[in-house]
Design a protein around this ligand. Structure first.
Ligand code: M6R
Length: 368
């Protein structure tokens, strides 16, 4: 069942190129147009959407956070991302023009389900991005865009996360195409780029031994910080969540720009800090993060940097560099998160922990 891997999580990390490829499969007309027949929400309604609210929990919420950057850029529709359990207990502004996107691997997360019901009661259309066919959230939503990650067994989500991000890109590009905005003509180009991602993810996985070795050397770490900016920010939070749940190590993900507003006080001699670096092809964004690496390094941090191949600006300030292939900025999470998943998995294994079934956790959280 584990396909020759020691754990389900190992297998599922290796399944990721296929999870992304399968989620893309059959969703175009062969001429660069997206065909999402399954979105059984009237096209006129989708054209009139004036706000999108993504509701989800845990890793699925981080996928929603990545979606915000992409969908706002391509569609010029404001996107809010909210933890499902917070959404329901306040008084959210939701109208018939709001599209609520519920992201869930299991489709059974009670917090997300309750938020779906709440949104529908307010008159919003709910689109579910779900991995499990026939699940409750899928059944109770107005439409479903399935991720095709296949069954995810390990409690820690990996391949479902990549598939959720991929499905959200498809949704964003579809809305741009439908609404005929200035990005409509670029949909084919973005789809082509997305089509290259499975191979790129595979190349990151092929380099896993370097990550594993570093992880093994850090089995005694008591706290690890993760920094990212732009789409690297949700990746940083996801990296921290993986480490908490698998290795029981205190970990926190920050927006790199927040450093000087407080978290930099945490930096002490030897503090491990992962930094997710954007492509140097976005020079302003890139330069900001490189200076964040310098700032923490100058205060004694051990810097573990995830950067694009050929990005030499980081080497001077990095104790370790994990390379990812050149990828369009908005799609970088599909490659940059992979070393962080491998790191958490390897570190937990080095500590002798149960990677597939961490303590106190359940695969789907069916209580509120
Ligand atoms: O099944 P869901 O996607 O709705 O689950 C949401 C979270 O409970 C889930 O992503 C959780 O955070 C994972 N254990 C993270 O690895």
């Amino acid at each position: 069942v584990k396909g020759g891997f020691a754990t389900f999580m190992d297998k599922e990390i290796h399944d990721q190129p296929k999870a992304v490829a399968d989620t893309l499969l059959g969703r175009t007309d062969g001429q660069g147009n997206l065909v999402l027949d399954e979105l059984r929400i009237d096209e006129a309604v989708l054209r009139s959407v004036d706000k999108i609210v993504v509701i989800a929990c845990g890793t699925a919420a981080y996928a929603g956070h990545v979606a915000k950057y992409a969908v706002e850029h391509w569609c010029r529709i404001p996107v809010e991302v909210e933890l499902a359990h917070e959404f329901r207990y306040r008084d959210p502004v939701v109208t018939e023009k709001t599209l609520v996107v519920a992201v869930s691997q299991s489709g059974e997360t009670m917090d997300t389900l309750m938020a779906v019901r709440h949104a529908r009661e307010q008159g919003a259309k709910v689109l579910a991005v779900v991995n499990t066919h026939g699940s409750t959230i899928a059944r109770e939503s107005d439409a479903v865009l399935y991720t095709h990650a296949g069954p995810e067994i390990a409690v820690a989500s990996t391949k479902a996360f990549l598939a959720q991000i991929t499905a959200c890109y498809l949704l964003g590009l579809y809305l741009a195409q439908l609404r005929g905005n200035k990005y409509a003509d670029e949909v084919a180009g973005y789809l082509e780029e997305l089509g290259k991602l499975p191979e790129k993810i595979q190349s990151v996985i092929d380099g896993e031994e370097v990550v594993r070795e570093v992880a093994r050397s850090m089995a005694d770490a008591t706290s690890v910080l993760f920094l990212g900016r732009h789409v690297g920010y949700p990746v940083a939070m996801e990296g921290a969540l993986k480490l908490k749940e698998l290795a029981y190590i205190h970990a926190e993900g920050f927006a790199a720009g927040e450093l000087k507003h407080g978290p930099i006080a945490l930096i002490d001699e030897g503090q491990p800090v992962f930094i997710v670096v954007p492509t140097p092809r976005r020079p302003t964004l890139h330069a900001k993060v490189v200076s964040n690496i310098q700032e923490v390094r100058a205060r004694g941090a051990r810097t573990l940097v995830i950067a694009e191949e050929g990005d030499e600006a980081v080497t001077e300030f990095a104790d370790v560099v994990f390379r990812v292939p050149r990828t369009p900025t908005l799609m970088m999470p599909l490659v940059t998160v992979v070393p962080l998943q491998i790191f958490a998995c390897a570190l937990a294994t080095a500590k002798g922990l149960d990677v597939d079934q961490p303590r106190n956790l359940a695969k789907s959280v069916t209580v509120e």
